[in-house]
Design a protein around this ligand. Structure first.
Ligand code: ADP
Length: 411
């Protein structure tokens, strides 16, 4: 799916969903206002009918006195006639509104006094000071049911939000999938390049060795043999890294540990870089202070880890690489530091460089070939050893990778 199409699709979806929500909210408010009005009108009609009935009673019987219980059920009946099927709280209050003559449910006086439904009634035989107020109030449950249309609207807003979230998640999955596809394509093309280059170099060196006029000189011959050796090792670690990385994706993957001497392993790997570092007129300084530098680890993976970090330190140095490698002891760990004065890594990229296939966007900074799996492999090796990895880096100044590996044996 094209990026542009996805963007247009998301814009259309977002606009439609937002419009739907706005329409629904507007409709809710409208329908709530209408049902409020209808309710008020129906209550007024019911009370008009009740008061007419009272007046009629007074007219027919001069000695008629109001029985509040009868009035209460009269009101409920009139409300029912007007389509309101809820029993209200009924209060009869004196003219100055400071004394309840009747309250249908004890404790609801406060609610009744705050109610907007107050109807004044003066019996024909009484004077104004003897008029009463008939006050009605409804329980909040009844009022909520009255607004039942709101429930459907809220539900539809909720459903729209769920659709919106599902759409965003689907879009995120599609974008991630696309990113992964691009990364895989990059990976394959980089891998082809990385493997083709040493093969071509080895072929060239072999051709030179086969040429008697050149290979008779022992210095030149040794040089070509070293080149073959160097490129061969490079390919070996490359293939090893790819294979081990694939194996590590398997949940059942485990390492096989034994006691190894970290300083010796470092010296071994550094020796392997002597030619490529000399070719770039660089230098690798080692200050291996850890003693004894014994760790209980998988020798193969620790060798590959150190190889990857030194290889990166060389690759990502523009000028002659200057690399410092140190080891030191802390109470529980042997700490290995590999520092370079290369191009450095921005704070933002530092958050991602340990992710699989992640490569800092090349831009103008560098166009070094790679797979983006080296550091992911390194971090997996560290975590399989219950170790810690950290990075200190500044753009243009260089990077230091700090690996802490637990000392001694682990049960
Ligand atoms: P790659 O095969 O691209 O080198 P890595 O996983 O080894 O893959 O490294 C991931 C990215 O981290 C690299 O693309 C590079 O941009 C950055 N990086 C790694 N090591 C260094 C370093 N020493 N200096 C600067 N950038 C580095």
């Amino acid at each position: 799916m094209k990026q542009k199409f996805l963007v247009i699709l998301s814009i259309i979806f977002t606009l439609s969903a937002t419009s739907l929500v706005i329409i629904q909210v507007y409709q809710t408010r409208q329908s709530a206002a209408i049902s409020d009005n209808m309710f008020n009108i129906n209550v007024s009609n019911a009370m008009d009918a009740t008061i007419s009935q009272l007046n009629e009673n007074f007219k027919n019987n001069a000695s008629y006195s109001i029985d509040y219980h009868t009035l209460d059920s009269l009101i409920t009946d009139e409300l029912l006639v007007n389509g309101i099927d809820f029993t209200p709280y009924v209060g009869i209050v004196n003219a100055s509104m400071d004394e309840f003559l009747y309250c249908s449910v004890a404790g609801k006086e406060g609610l009744l006094l705050d109610s907007p439904f107050k109807f004044s009634f003066t019996p024909p035989t009484f004077n104004d000071t003897e008029s009463i107020y008939i006050v009605l109030a409804f329980s909040s449950a009844a009022l909520f049911l009255l607004q039942s249309t709101r429930i459907y609207v809220y539900m539809s807003i909720f459903l729209i939000l769920i659709i919106f979230i599902s759409f965003s998640l689907t879009l995120k999955i599609i974008l991630n999938q696309r990113k992964l596809d691009e990364m895989k394509t990059d990976f394959i093309s980089n891998m082809t390049h990385e493997i083709k280059t040493p093969i071509a170099t080895i072929r060239l060196a072999c051709e030179m060795l086969m040429d008697n006029t050149i290979s008779n000189d022992s210095n030149t011959r040794n040089n070509f043999i070293n080149i073959i050796n160097d490129e061969n090792r490079r390919m070996q670690v490359l293939i090893e890294t790819i294979l081990q990385n694939a194996k590590m994706s398997n949940k059942n993957f485990s390492i096989s540990r034994k006691e190894i001497n970290l300083n010796d392993t470092i010296n071994e790997v550094v020796k392997g870089f002597s030619i490529s570092i000399a070719n770039r007129r660089g230098v690798i300084d080692t200050h291996l202070l850890s003693s004894p530098s014994t760790i209980f680890a998988d020798g193969l993976h620790i060798t590959n880890l150190i190889y990857n970090l030194i290889d990166n330190a060389i690759k990502y140095s523009i000028d002659s690489p200057r690399i410092n490698i140190t080891t030191e002891d802390t109470a529980d760990y042997v700490v290995l530091r590999i520092a370079d004065h290369g191009i450095g890594i921005s704070k933002e990229d530092q958050k991602h460089i340990f992710e699989k296939f992640y490569r800092v966007s090349t831009g103008n900074i560098h166009n070094v070939k790679g797979f983006g799996i080296g550091l992911n492999y390194v971090s997996q090796v560290v975590s399989l050893h219950q170790g810690k990895i950290a990075i200190e880096s500044e753009l243009g100044k260089g990077s230091t990778f700090i690996i802490s590996l637990p000392k001694g044996s682990i049960a």
